[in-house]
Design a protein around this ligand. Structure first.
Ligand SMILES: [Zn+2]
Length: 260
């Protein structure tokens, strides 16, 4: 009996300790709550998480992307018109991509380290299948996105521009985890016709094997906020990308967060 009591007390202490941990975690406002007061919060939180991951010496030298993503939740963050990034958010681990590119601007030829490594693997695999992919636009700073959206708006009006281009802070390209992929068959442009090319089909079929998803699928504009973009891939890590791919859902639906 005494022994049971001791065991029970130990269990209670353990439960209390766990509850305390949970209370601490839950006392942090969720991204959604913060966003209403301060749209900047997601970027702030992202930086904080990244810093803590680095202080723990997190790295992914073996390229075990499925493992790596668990230690750094900025790699899976949802960024859209409802969940913007901080104006000041710049990923700390941007590197130049090591694949064929289209544009001269060195800024857009960068991705975060893990995404860049995965992109190389994907492009190599495509090449082995006789499919030649080109990287057109990866990381874009807040300022670059601001200028880009302004130029599209001036040309076609703000509403039209907002269907395919993001306002600054609302672009996945600022995460350093998105890449626009193209091919010679569409003159290295970002064209819906890319989806029907050999290259576009290869990308749709295999991107998840390397940790990427086609982020804006056909017929999902109401949910993602963007027209069909067969060229835009988003890195999520192999495990999560495969789950999203197999679910047949958009990332918004997968995480249960629409833009409405
Ligand atoms: Zn894009």
């Amino acid at each position: 009996m005494k022994r049971n009591k001791r065991v029970m007390r130990r269990s209670l202490i353990a439960i209390a300790a766990i509850s305390l941990t949970l209370a601490t975690a839950c006392s942090k406002p969720s991204a959604g709550e913060v966003e209403k007061e301060r749209p900047a919060a997601l970027g702030g939180a992202a930086q904080e998480t990244q810093a803590s991951a680095e202080s723990k010496g997190h790295s992914d030298p073996e390229g075990e992307l499925g493992e790596g993503q668990a230690a750094d939740d900025t790699l899976v963050s949802l960024v859209n018109k409802k969940h913007p990034l901080d104006k000041a958010y710049v990923p700390e681990d941007l590197v130049p991509v090591d694949v064929p590119t289209v544009l001269d601007n060195p800024e857009v030829n960068q991705l975060r380290k893990e995404a860049a490594a995965a992109l190389s693997k994907m492009f190599d695999a495509a090449s082995e299948d006789g499919v030649k992919l080109y990287a057109r636009s990866g990381y874009r700073s807040y300022k670059t996105q601001e200028a880009l959206f302004a130029s599209y708006s001036a040309r076609e009006g703000e509403e039209a521009a907002n269907r395919y281009s993001a306002r600054a802070g609302q672009s996945e390209h600022q995460t350093g985890l998105a890449m626009d992929v193209t091919s010679e068959s569409v003159s290295f442009q970002l064209d819906e016709a890319f989806g029907e090319t050999t290259e576009g089909r290869w990308l749709a079929e295999h991107a998840h094997e390397y940790g990427f998803i086609i982020r804006y699928p056909q017929g999902k504009e109401d949910i993602t906020g963007y027209i069909y973009e067969p060229w835009h891939v988003r890195f999520l890590g192999v495990r999560l990308a495969a789950s999203v791919y197999e679910s047949g859902l958009t990332y918004e639906e997968f995480v249960g967060e629409g833009i409405e």
